[in-house]
Design a protein around this ligand. Structure first.
Ligand SMILES: NC(=O)c1ccc[n+]([C@@H]2O[C@H](COP(=O)([O-])OP(=O)(O)OC[C@H]3O[C@@H](n4cnc5c(N)ncnc54)[C@H](O)[C@@H]3O)[C@@H](O)[C@H]2O)c1
Ligand SMILES: [Zn+2]
Length: 672
């Protein structure tokens, strides 16, 4: 390679890897596999070795991948939080073993541990009380996410027994069990939120939420695997001993840990878990091998990025080849068209795979997919397998390239693509059967209107009979009893049950109705936030994008989508009919009681997470004492009530306008 070519390749790889780091650590939405990422990183490292003059100290090969988001307080680590060097090959693992033996001789042990696929966390305990939880960040400093860590049941807030030091740090991996992931991800799909590709990304995305009550709804777990404290080596001689102690203090330490004296024993452990890992309830992506003795660890030392006394052996995501039989296109309730590959059934990671997702048109183009292609299918942590490549050597001659349809596969309307989005939509909201049926099914679902006596199949049948064309038709069904009775297998009792269920749904609170409308990106939680902030549908319909986006946790994208929904006269018309049917379109305010006038003429904004009261309670306290509650900070605001993890932009704004920042305790003092 020419010197110039090397430089441009180094620059291109650096840019690409930085971009992937951002997607992986900050957005928790990576777009390439770990294996591909690691190969590119290895390519960059090799080039930097050949051309040391081009080595940039900021290169991704020199830095710990960072997740600092600025939404949290940044905290410096007392001991740096490094990464691990990694390998996918036995040969490189043996090289590692030889390097170690050169320094230490043969008198040492390895501790082999599972490599949990989550995100690293560092917990500080003072006098046995959890005082701080910090993410790895760039290795030197990370985000402080203590209140989110406190929602994890297996992390003790207070140590109950054992002889533990006054001050120590304990490090481990936060992760999500596969079952919880599948359940919650299914909900996200139903709510039209972007699903996470795997439990790791879900856990990483969750730890970075601003709202700890939302974190609490997503069960996380945590395994601990490192202990740090001053003079640690006086108390413990080995990593193994420290793990035993940590376990006795009540921390969750994995039981699948083994002491090995030779590299062959290590390889056996690796090969055992390659198979056995599928039976665990959580994902691991490899095995970590650590030199056990602390004295020997010191002898070996560190590189800028990782310890020399440890290495991660990573399992390559399993992949198999099979034949692409066809591609089908599914139309969802929002009109989004998703391509699905139908495959010749094949065994992969213990399950039979018949279908794989193709995401969108870009993906089909990227793969250059042809009919009857032999494709490579991968199943990593993902629930749905995906096609990662095509074996072009096996391509059948003269086969046609897969062409993404220009028209809706169901109703034949021309598909559209919104700016900046990869997904195609069928815009025929009122005439496209899967959209109509899907919307009504969503409306009656448990989390929305929870209509008893009516299931998804009933909706389909009633749609086919012409009795249901839009949501509001549900409330006309009682006029059609005769037609209902003529439907096969639909007895009088079931009909009455269903009609009663529909009638009862009129009592469902506003937030559920709002969720039931199926506005894009408005899931359960967002619907609740919107309902509580705007109180009734008319306020919401009239709100500007800026006003909607001013609500906590609601971004521009959601606000745009809400505005767009209510700009459509057809939707407004539906809302009018449903109002006429007496559905709940306003929140039922609790009987209002004015306790005092101590906060009269004063305005407040509440932000962050509080120790004693929930945000809602604080809001009530303010209003019940005559104060005014606002959602955005302006120069006219009187007080900002701040808890933990307040957004930095709010803080900056408050400081800019010189607005007094008070704690919950100070607020309570004002009314006493
Ligand atoms: N797909 C992408 O776009 C993308 C982008 C960035 C990084 N990545 C992946 O992430 C890797 C880099 O991430 P990394 O720096 O966290 O390295 P890593 O995940 O390869 O290994 C280090 C991490 O392993 C974890 N770990 C799990 N179990 C452990 C145990 N028992 N003992 C010690 N540590 C344990 C710790 O969190 C530690 O920080 C890359 O090599 C790549 O595979 C992928
Ligand atoms: Zn259509």
């Amino acid at each position: 390679m020419q010197r110039n070519d090397a430089l441009s390749r180094i620059e291109a790889l650096t840019k690409e890897l930085n971009d992937h780091n951002y997607k992986y650590y900050v957005l928790a939405q990576p777009s390439i596999s770990d294996f591909d990422f690691d190969q590119k990183l290895a390519e960059l490292a090799a080039l930097e070795k050949d051309y040391p003059e081009f080595l940039d100290p900021d290169s991704p090969t020199q830095k710990v991948g960072g997740d600092i988001t600025k939404q949290f307080k940044t905290v410096r680590h007392k001991w740096p939080m490094l990464s691990l060097s990694n390998t996918y090959s036995e040969k490189e693992l043996k090289d590692f073993d030889e390097r170690i033996r050169k320094v230490l001789g043969d008198d040492f042990e390895y501790v082999c541990e599972l490599k949990f696929d989550g995100l690293s966390i560092s917990l500080t305990y003072e006098q046995g009380v959890l005082t701080r939880g910090v993410t790895r960040g760039d290795g030197t400093q990370g985000d402080e996410v203590t209140s989110n860590i406190k929602t994890i049941k297996s992390v003790p807030n207070k140590i109950k027994s054992g002889h533990f030091p006054d001050l120590f740090e304990i490090r481990g991996e936060v992760f999500m069990h596969r079952a919880a992931f599948e359940r919650l991800n299914k909900e996200r799909l139903e709510n039209d939120e972007i699903p996470y590709a795997n439990p790791r990304n879900f856990a990483a995305g969750t730890i970075k939420l601003q709202d700890s009550s939302e974190v609490a709804k997503r069960p996380l777990d945590c395994f601990l695997y490192f202990l740090y404290m001053d003079n640690r080596d006086r108390l413990f001689k080995t990593h193994w001993e420290s793990l035993e102690a940590v376990k006795s203090w009540g921390f969750h330490v994995s039981e699948h840990t083994k002491l090995c004296r030779t590299i062959d024993e290590v390889l056996q452990f690796i090969s055992y878990w390659d198979d056995a890992r599928h039976k665990l309830s959580y994902d691991i992506d490899g095995i970590v091998i650590k030199v056990n003795s602390y004295a020997q660890q010191h002898e070996l030392g560190f590189t800028a990025k990782s310890p020399r006394w440890a290495i991660a052996y990573k399992y390559k995501a399993e992949e198999v080849e099979t034949i692409l039989k066809s591609v089908s296109y599914q139309v969802g309730r929002t009109g989004a068209v998703t391509p699905v590959a139908n495959l010749e059934p094949v065994q992969l990671s213990g399950t039979t795979v018949k279908r794989a997702t193709l995401h969108n048109a870009n993906e089909i183009t990227r793969l250059d997919l042809h009919e009857l292609d032999t494709v490579m299918v991968e199943k990593g942590g993902e629930i749905i397998p995906k096609i990662i490549g095509v074996n072009k050597d096996k391509r059948v001659p003269d086969t046609k390239q897969i062409a993404y349809p220009t028209h809706c596969p169901v109703c034949n309307t021309v598909l559209i693509r919104k700016e900046g989005e990869a997904v195609h939509y069928c815009p025929n909201e009122l005439g496209c059967p899967p959209q109509i049926v899907g919307k009504i099914q969503h409306f009656i679902s448990r989390k929305a209107m929870d209509i008893e006596g009516m299931g998804n199949e009933t909706v389909e049948v009633l749609y086919k009979k012409g009795l249901l064309k839009q949501i509001s038709d549900l409330y006309q069904l009682h006029h059609h009893k005769e037609e209902l009775e003529q439907i096969e297998r639909f007895g009088e009792k079931s009909i009455n049950n269903m009609l009663l269920g529909i009638q009862k749904s009129k009592e469902r609170p506003f937030q559920k109705v709002l969720f039931g409308l199926g506005i894009r990106y408005v899931g359960e939680t967002i619907a609740k936030k919107l309902a509580n902030s705007f109180k009734n549908i008319d306020n919401l319909i009239q709100a500007s994008v800026e006003e909607i986006a001013a609500v906590d946790e609601i971004g521009e994208r959601i606000a745009q989508s809400v505005k767009e929904y209510f700009s459509n006269t057809l939707h407004l018309h539906q809302v009018e009919i449903l109002k006429g049917e007496n559905l709940q379109f306003a929140i039922i305010e609790e009987e209002f009681q004015l306790n005092s006038n101590k906060l009269a003429d004063k305005s407040f904004v509440i932000s962050g997470v509080f120790e004693h009261y929930s945000r809602e309670d604080l809001g009530k306290i303010i209003v019940q004492n005559g104060g005014k509650l606002l959602s955005g900070i302006s120069a006219k605001l009187n007080y900002l009530v701040a808890g933990e993890n307040m957004g930095p932009s709010k803080l900056a704004k408050a400081q800019k306008f010189n607005i007094p920042i008070i704690s919950e305790v100070e607020l309570i003092k004002m009314i006493q």
